[in-house]
Design a protein around this ligand. Structure first.
Ligand SMILES: Nc1ncnc2c1ncn2[C@@H]1O[C@H](COP(=O)(O)OP(=O)(O)O)[C@@H](O)[C@H]1O
Ligand SMILES: [Mg+2]
Length: 346
């Protein structure tokens, strides 16, 4: 393909801006997963060590001792904390795009997913940033992207358990309205905090951080009856100790369960009665937190009295959102984009 031809074909992008990680996929097969963190050197020594003034992703976390870290999406959407966070968000998106479009050629048309009920101001901020970087851009709700990617556009309930938010969405054959979407602010990060606190209470001598709690949760997280006890090697007073964290892990993971169950039930009743049976058979678990063991079972037993229930876990929780956004970007003629979310550019 000549450069001329190439620039006529837009590069479509699907971007899932998550609190903990940002996933991007391009119509030419590019794919990247980036931790949603941006670091700036604390002082000149940091600049000297890094040989740059900006670090994005895992490298920023690794080198955090000489960086000021910014998590621009910490609350699930752009925090409303002024220019620094907006700049960091911009740098994160720019970095993500560079991962899949290194040559920087042609028109860029991108769809960005944000939590279902992102406030209007935050959405507007995001669109503004996107507009500076993309020729055509749109912001859509994240659970809708997941649904679109899976071709589940009707009689489906999506439960997307992220780090900062849990987004629930009822798909009814149209673009979901505000009433069909719920964002819960107690999500993965909340589980980490509860777990760290529970461990600190049971084992006061053990050194614990939320980052460590997060790792333990990702490895052993479960709800309901456990099959085996959770034994973890930790450190107390500089020495290794092995702790039984079965109770603590369960308590922490179950802390988000009542909210999820209650809101799923609410979403089910929002369907017309004749569709509820189908919706119950199409409950989709997405997001990193969807991998907590026993979640499916917990949902099934909670919804027991409702008749036949089926809960499906997405195959690739890291990319399900970005894949849906990319699918939407490539399938939807640009002139229709405004019907799904907000569109900027032309
Ligand atoms: N195997 C796992 N078990 C439980 N939780 C997990 C697992 N893997 C990732 N997570 C959690 O999922 C959350 C991140 O999910 P993700 O969908 O990437 O979030 P976001 O969209 O907010 O960036 C984090 O809280 C992370 O700790
Ligand atoms: Mg997400």
């Amino acid at each position: 393909m000549t450069a001329m031809q190439k620039s006529n074909t837009p590069l479509f992008l699907g971007i899932d801006l998550g609190t903990s990680q940002t996933a991007i996929m391009s119509s030419e097969g590019g794919k990247a997963l980036i931790r949603s963190v941006v670091g700036y050197p604390k002082d000149v020594i940091g600049v000297r060590l890094l040989k740059k003034t900006l670090v994005v992703g895992d490298e920023a976390l690794e080198k955090r001792s000489y960086l000021n870290l910014h998590f621009p999406l910490e609350d699930g959407v752009l925090k409303e904390t002024g220019d620094r966070e907006i700049k960091a968000a911009k740098e994160l998106i720019e970095y993500a795009i560079a991962q899949v479009n290194p040559d920087d050629r042609g028109r860029l048309c991108g769809i960005i997913g944000v939590p279902a009920r992102a406030s209007v101001t935050n959405k507007a901020q995001l669109l503004k940033i996107a507009d500076e970087m993309l020729d055509l851009s749109m912001v859509v709700s994240e659970p809708f992207m997941v649904a679109y990617g899976l071709n589940c556009l009707t009689n489906t309930i999506i439960i997307d358990i992220g780090a900062g938010t849990i987004d629930l969405c009822a798909m009814k054959g149209t673009v979901p309205s505000q009433e069909d979407q719920i964002t819960l602010l107690k999500a993965g990060n909340h589980v980490d905090e509860v777990l760290a606190a529970e461990i600190a209470e049971s084992y006061p001598e053990v050194q614990m951080t939320t980052l460590l709690a997060k790792k333990i949760k990702e490895q052993h997280g479960y709800v309901g009856e456990s099959r085996e006890s959770v034994m973890v090697n930790l450190r107390a007073g500089g020495r290794p100790v092995t702790c039984d964290l079965s109770r603590e892990v369960r308590v922490a993971c179950e802390s988000i369960l009542p909210d999820i169950l209650e809101n799923v039930e609410q979403l089910i009743t929002s369907f017309d009665p004749e569709y509820q049976e189908d919706a119950l058979k199409n409950i989709i678990l997405a997001g990193g937190g969807g991998q907590i063991m026993g979640l499916r079972q917990a949902l099934l037993s909670h919804l027991q009295g409702h008749g036949e229930v089926n809960v499906i876990r997405v195959e690739d929780p890291d990319f399900a959102g970005a894949a849906g956004a990319l699918k939407l970007a490539t399938e939807l003629p640009p002139e229709y984009w405004t019907q799904v979310g907000d569109v900027i550019g032309s």
